[in-house]
Design a protein around this ligand. Structure first.
Ligand code: PMP
Length: 386
């Protein structure tokens, strides 16, 4: 019997993520003209919320471009040809940024970190000593392809105390799940994107520059990603170009909900979910890809060696209507990624783990059903509270 139409679609990719119905409704039957005071107020409202999540007094700006656009905006505005940038290669997104910096003729110093590992402040310090004259250090707070978390505060402090370099952080897969205090931590540029933890569709990104960054703008030609022009326009809620108006309405509704929860509660919630997922995997005999410095937003795990990862992913999708993300590059077929950022709740994750247990069994995995879901319930502190 085919009862696939009865199954809910459950999405556990690290972007796009679930968009709450209430936020979707905010954009239904509403096609605003962006050159109106009413829309300027919506932009200002979103920027106020974003400011809080970035931990900055500087207003971020909204770009109608995916996260890769924000990566490019950071490079174009803050580096010149020949700028010496220290970058980390520890996964697909670090590598994408390195390629981009090289395309923009930056002089890159690449620090290779094995996939799944993080970088310690000590290692960074050694690199800064070895490579004098570094003008910018950039890294992903969470490398989405591996699930490794880079200790942002400590790394930023190391750079600021030992060099004059700008600190540029891709916070796409960390914002709202891990703490971010851009100003207090001395970070010069932070960016994020709508399809990650923000409960909005893909296509928007958010970027903030420190005073220091604004005093060191590049001489590169730029047009769409002229952040100074954009900051000037958005200081009154206007945008330099036509923004993704529908997505901004969705974003506003989701930001309102996220702000009502509050930063600290969001961090705690995501930390607990990551912990519970790891407990479930451990009980099932499944190894998470990252051992220590792991992300609270996404948990990549190793597929048992006698099972083809892509087939397991297909079973989850086709039989149970549950979407996990696959492994990327050389991890394709060996790793699956279960994301828990944005509007994912513990009951959603129970369904994900149950579907994983069923799928694994279907592929000949012999552990008993229920080990994962049981461990998850036991290890989710919120559920244990009286
Ligand atoms: N950086 C990180 C850490 C990401 O996870 C992604 C997307 N998964 C990107 C950059 C690129 O963003 P986009 O796909 O929105 O262009």
């Amino acid at each position: 019997m085919d009862f696939s139409h009865l199954l809910k679609k459950r999405l556990f990719s690290p972007g796009p993520t679930e968009i709450p119905l209430r936020s979707q409704f905010a954009a239904v039957d509403n096609n605003p003209y962006h050159r109106t005071q009413a829309f300027y107020s919506i932009i200002m409202n979103c920027l106020e919320f974003l400011k809080g999540f970035f931990g900055t007094e500087t207003m971020p700006v909204i770009l109608t471009a995916s996260g890769t656009g924000a990566m490019e905006a950071a490079l174009v505005n803050l580096t010149n040809p020949g700028t010496r940038v220290l970058m980390i290669s520890g996964g697909r997104f670090g590598d994408r940024w390195i390629k981009m910096a090289q395309a923009y003729a930056c002089e890159t110093t690449v620090v290779a970190v094995p996939w799944g590992q993080s970088l310690s402040p000590d290692e960074l310090l050694q690199q800064l000593k070895k490579n004098s004259g570094i003008q910018a250090v950039s890294f992903q707070a969470v490398e989405t392809s591996t699930g490794a978390y880079f200790p942002v505060a400590e790394l930023a402090r190391t750079v600021r105390q030992n060099s004059d370099a700008l600190v540029i952080v891709d916070a796409l897969s960390s914002l709202l799940c891990h703490e971010m205090n851009m100003d207090a931590w001395g970070i010069d540029c932070v960016f994020a994107a709508s399809q990650k933890g923000f409960g909005a569709g893909a296509g928007l990104s958010f970027i903030a520059l420190s005073e220091r960054a604004r005093s060191r703008l590049s001489v590169r030609p730029r047009f769409y990603f002229n952040l100074v022009e954009e900051m000037q326009a958005q200081s009154t809620g206007k945008t330099a170009w036509t923004p993704g108006t529908q997505s901004i309405l969705t974003l506003q509704a989701s930001l309102k909900a996220l702000s009502a929860i509050g930063r600290e509660e969001l961090y705690k919630f995501h930390r607990q979910m990551a912990y519970a997922v790891r407990a479930a995997l451990a009980a099932m005999g499944i190894e998470p890809f990252v051992k220590d410095q792991y992300a609270f937003s996404v948990t990549p795990f190793k597929v048992p060696s006698d099972i083809a990862g892509e087939k397991l992913k297909a079973t989850l999708q086709e039989k149970y209507s549950v979407t996990f993300a696959g492994g990327q590059d050389h991890l394709k077929g060996k790793v699956l990624r279960l994301a828990h950022l944005g509007f994912v709740d513990p009951f959603d994750l129970l369904a994900a783990i149950a579907a994983l247990e069923l799928s694994l069994k279907g592929h000949g995995y012999t552990k008993a059903l229920g080990l994962g879901t049981n461990a998850m319930m036991q290890n989710f502190p919120m559920w244990g509270e009286k």
